[in-house]
Design a protein around this ligand. Sequence first.
Ligand SMILES: [Zn+2]
Length: 400
Amino acid sequence: MPVPAPLPGLLVRGATIVDASGERPGDVLIRDGRIVEVGDVHTATDERVLAATGRYLTPGLIDCHIHLCYEAGPDPRAMTKKTDPQLAVEAREHAHATLMAGVTTARDCGGRGFVETSVRTAIQSRQIEGPRLLTSGHPIVRKGGHMSYFGRQTETVEDCRRAAREQVAAGVDWLKVAATGGVTTPNVDPRAAELTEEAIRAVVEEGAKDKRPVAAHAHGGDGIRNSLAAGVRSLEHGTFLDETMMRTMVAKGVFLVPTLVATRAMIEAGAAKGVPEFAVRKAEEIDPIRRRAFLQAVDRGVQIAMGTDAGTPFNPHGANAREVELMVEAGMTPQQALEASTITAAKLLGIASEVGLVEPGYIADLLVLAKNPFEEPAAYRRDLVAVAQSGRVLLDRTSV
Ligand SMILES: [Zn+2]
């Protein structure tokens, strides 16, 4: 796929800017991939102009939990029938679909064979198009536990430390642990802890040597407590969060990545579409609990970063923005949902001075929407008119 040449400059004219700071009118001037001016811009030079009068300009979305190696079919274990080169071909397509849906930055929360990390590197060097990616390599899991069919299986604390070192050595940006069972693996219980506090701490310590933070997949309370005590940066899913855990998260600055769409998509598709019955049953059990915990976490001031678990059953790459709608449906305001999907997500990823706002100095990852996302949270999905990444326009339907 051809990669557009760098542009001399870009002027987005006439839009209403909508980001975590609120709404205001303003032109946006971009040079060398960064926003250099916001407001009433007068320029005599030959920037490309994106006419956006009557439209809405937002930061690109940031999805903190995707799986490029998952195909979004009924059962993620389909991966076991594929070779790494096959996964790589698919992961590249998934990355492209993600970007064209307005997700300009994403964190991959677990793949196989460092396929997702190779895709990241190819995107960085502009060989292929995709979101700015941070990857975590193989999830570090208990032997026989959740995601063990592709994760790095471990049996001891020392083994966890070695597993973390292996991922870092392969060039990952993050580390991922499965602190509890999960939905899509048979014979594991989301309520049950699968790694001890000591095991997770070994991963945290090993990652810290090279500044690689840890994301913990955690549904049940014991696994959440183990993760928080061990010092993870983000909790993925967070189904059985209670008041004490939420206070700890606020005090320690731990983020919650809710991934509401994952269970919803499995329930909607159901066994009728081939989702394994054990997965549908677990998804139905935890879905209402997760939504309650999410709303409570919002109320208690836990930092929420958007994530979809894209690639899980019927949760396809490129439909990521649906999570924004579900966060609003579960009780966030549209402005809170935008914040979670942009600047707060950037904070979790450690790049909040680079992406997530429409302000001078920020990288020009921008979306043009036909409707105001503060009035219509589905606008990111239904009314996406243009996508720019680092100032390069990758999708432009402004004249349609
Ligand atoms: Zn996941």
